[in-house]
Design a protein around this ligand. Structure first.
Ligand SMILES: Cc1ncc(COP(=O)(O)O)c(C=O)c1O
Length: 437
């Protein structure tokens, strides 16, 4: 029988008919609080008529023109707006259809930048274990999640990986207080590979897909920047999920006051209303292309797409009018405080972290040790939450000796009362877990 190919045939997928604000509503009329903003992208919530209107309008004016021959006004304007939001020397943008395309683009741009400067050997990209940079093959080569990489290992580029900055379970034994041994691994990895072979280092400011809202200490990225500069390695900040206000700043790197050479964005750039991602680029990379009169040997059909760019402009207008970034910061602080008050009394909750509207809740067994991975506790709790009307990501790590957690990253428009409603559901699910095991 012809049908959709489902990623997980064991799973039931409710058919969602519509969305309103922070809610998704299925064909039976059941409402779910969208506690993961879709895939972390629907930052402004569902059912925004204004964005639907600009899609209709742009579609009837100009849905497409090929970026190899033409440009278009929405893409030109969006590039200007992004340059104003990015650090002072990052003044150029290139738009693609999502996060994976953004990192493919950044890796190839970094490689060509070094070639243009006569550095023929520089091609490797160093990244961190427990990172997620996307599903395509170069993105997966940088990704540091063995369970996602292993089926495709023969197809992946041989990129070096260093330790993540994860003080809660530090593999370098920092016992909760980071002394930057993890950052210094970057220098060692560059020396091991040979600085002449390393093009770039990529990291997420706050890790979401591979760990539960994990952010490094204030000194971490300054040390990373120093190491990259010493060895002529570009620093790529993967802000695909942290960008556009999630952490209470437009770009999360603002928390560290360190500028990357290339910023990746996606997700919230369109709030889910069009496939949109891209990169913001440092002037000196663009100048290298201009100096050598070189062209970037990389393009996708939907580069600088006018429909997506028009949505991107509307998203930035709404964010400015509604003060979305400040709202994310304030509601995020409230959510963290409430979560700590309400959930830390559960013996299965060992740590609660937050960064803007992004909460990570670490779960442990009655003896304080991690649950056995085959118990799938994180996934079980997420399922209980879904039955109670809340979408939350529940993860059971199968690598690094396991570990379960919950991740809550709702639309940035969520109100404090809605936060309370969501946390009550998590509270109830954890009570149920403790009662039933
Ligand atoms: C940090 C990060 N980078 C890249 C990606 C890949 O983005 P996409 O799924 O839009 O290709 C994701 C997606 O979750 C992400 O979280």
């Amino acid at each position: 029988m012809p049908s959709l190919f489902f990623r997980d045939p064991q799973q039931e997928y409710p058919v969602i008919a519509r969305g309103e604000g922070i809610h998704l509503i299925d064909e039976q009329g059941r409402r779910y609080i969208d506690g993961t903003s879709g895939a972390g992208n629907v930052t402004l919530g569902h059912g925004r008529e204004r964005i639907a209107d600009v899609l209709r309008q742009q579609g009837s004016e100009l849905a497409y023109c090929f970026s190899a021959f033409f440009t278009n006004r929405p893409a030109l304007e969006l590039a200007e707006r992004l340059a104003a939001l990015a650090p002072p020397d990052l003044n150029h943008a290139y738009f693609v259809s999502g996060g994976s395309e953004a990192i493919e683009t950044a890796i190839k741009l970094a490689r060509q930048y070094h070639l243009l400067r006569g550095k023929q050997g520089k091609h490797q990209v160093i990244s961190r274990w427990r990172s997620y940079h996307g599903a395509s093959l170069a993105a997966m080569s940088a990704t540091g999640l063995p369970s996602m990489r292993s089926p495709f290992e023969p197809l992946l580029a041989d990129f070096p990986h260093i330790a993540p900055c994860y003080p809660y379970r530090c593999e370098l034994g920092c016992e909760g207080v980071c002394h930057l041994a993890c950052a210094q691994q970057l220098e060692q990895a560059i020396l091991d590979a040979g600085a002449d072979n390393v093009a770039a280092f990529v990291a997420e400011p706050v890790v979401v897909a591979g760990m539960a809202a994990v952010a490094p200490p204030p000194e971490y990225f300054a040390e990373i920047r120093r190491i990259c500069d010493t060895h002529d390695v570009l620093f790529i900040a993967d802000e695909v999920i942290t960008g556009y206000g999630r952490t209470g700043r437009h770009f999360a790197m603002e928390h560290w006051d360190v500028d990357a050479d290339i910023i990746l964005f996606g997700k919230g750039a369109s709030s889910g209303y069009a496939p949109l991602g891209g990169i913001v680029i440092h002037d000196r990379i663009v100048e290298a292309f201009a100096r050598e009169q070189a062209f970037f040997a990389h393009i996708f059909t939907y580069v600088n797409n006018p429909m997506a760019a028009r949505v991107g402009l509307e998203v930035l207008d709404i964010m400015a009018e509604e003060g979305t970034v400040t709202q994310a910061r304030d509601t995020g602080a409230y959510a963290l405080q409430q979560a700590r008050g309400l959930l830390s009394r559960h013996s299965c909750v060992s740590e609660i972290r937050g960064s803007g509207l992004l909460l990570g809740i670490e779960l442990v067994g009655p003896d304080g040790a991690v649950f056995a991975p085959e118990q799938h506790v994180g996934q079980k709790v997420a399922k209980m939450c879904l039955q109670r009307g809340l979408v939350v990501a529940g993860v059971t790590a199968t690598d690094w000796g396991g570990g379960d957690d919950l991740r809550f990253y709702p639309p940035l428009i969520i109100t404090p009362a809605e936060v309370d409603e969501a946390l009550d559901i998590i509270d109830d699910a954890l009570t149920h877990l403790e009662a039933t095991g």
